[in-house]
Design a protein around this ligand. Sequence first.
Ligand code: IMP
Length: 422
Amino acid sequence: MSVSILVGSQWGDEGKGKVVDILSSKYEVVVRYQGGANAGHTIEIGDKKYVLHLIPSGILREGVICVIGNGVVIDPQALLDEIKFLNDQGIETKDRLFISHNAHLIMPYHKLLDKIEESGANKIGTTGRGIGPCYKDKYDRRGIRLVDLLNRTELERKIRQNLEEKNNVLKKLYQHEELDVEAIIQEYCDFDAKIDSYITDTTSLLHKAMEQNKSVLMEGAQGALLDVDHGTYPFVTSSSPTSGGACTGTGIPPTKIDSVIGIVKAYTTRVGNGPFPTELHGDEEEKLRKLGAEFGATTGRPRRVGWFDSFLVRYSRMINGIERVAITKLDVLSSFSEIKVCIGYEFEGKELKYFPTDNVKLSSVTPIYEVLPGWNCDITEVKNFNDLPKQAKDYLAFISEKCGFEISIISVGPKRSQTIEL
Ligand code: IMP
């Protein structure tokens, strides 16, 4: 039995979908532990492209059991759309997908408030999927969970109670029209009818699987620098994508975890607002975004792009306990004659010893770069590490040494087949 955690090591969009898909062939259970439909995991198999937001990409491997853990927040419509999409592709979800009864539900007022709050002074650049307001209600102990769907009286009571307050806020604070209580109750009852058979006590299910010596992969969404505690607060998501979040988001204790695998993009991207020391502007920015097809899988927004930041990833390795990594999108750098890697930051004339998560400080640092030669050739068909050009191998060795981890997977294109395993 092995239990591993897979984390995004930067600001999300590192290519977790593809890596989970590759690793799923070695695991029997894949469980997602936080976030919601703000994530977008893209997987290309043959000539088919799958974009998943909530369901772990392990669902694309026959026989793999997929779990949505208690730490995830669930948008009913997004979930139903995804189940339908998979079923239409001939991928079975019955008896393969299990959703925690303790997971919280995203309600229509969460999505609405997310959008309204974003139009105010505190602009985070959220995905507008209701994530922050839903987690807010969870910690405020007024959230509605999947288990509530199983008890209609309780469900109705909770929706009415919540809506009384939310409608008050919508009307008095935001001069917005009230939401229709009866329609929402009906909507969630209809959802229950379709989703009931997937809801279960996933904590017990996962422990039973481990007792049976099954291997479990715990999949995080977003990335470590978007972690509400360890990320670039306030420009973060409202959950814990770091490896620590895997335990609370699933009920699997730390003593069961064997390894933490990091996913690292060969350069850096960020969506939404907040500091980004190695961000590119102008022609190089356009070139990198275009080559990397850096547009959000969930919102379609152009992602901000920049050079690889080993100072940031080293911090990420430290807080996550990452031992080995999968490097993704190495092929995207193939046409750059020089590639920069950030190896540290200067702040007020001094080199910093530690990565500053403080938003104001991080906004004023100057990155210190090392310039490496590019390889200037196509690597998308390379299958063995030894066949990579010397400059690409040197680039990987450099970032591996600077960040302090081993590289075990290299992705040189979006397809399953474009993967080098070491
Ligand atoms: P929220 O998670 O929608 O509340 O957004 C908070 C911040 O996290 C924003 O900067 C989003 O762009 C960012 N974010 C949320 N989900 C993802 C993701 O899957 N990839 C990259 N950034 C994300």
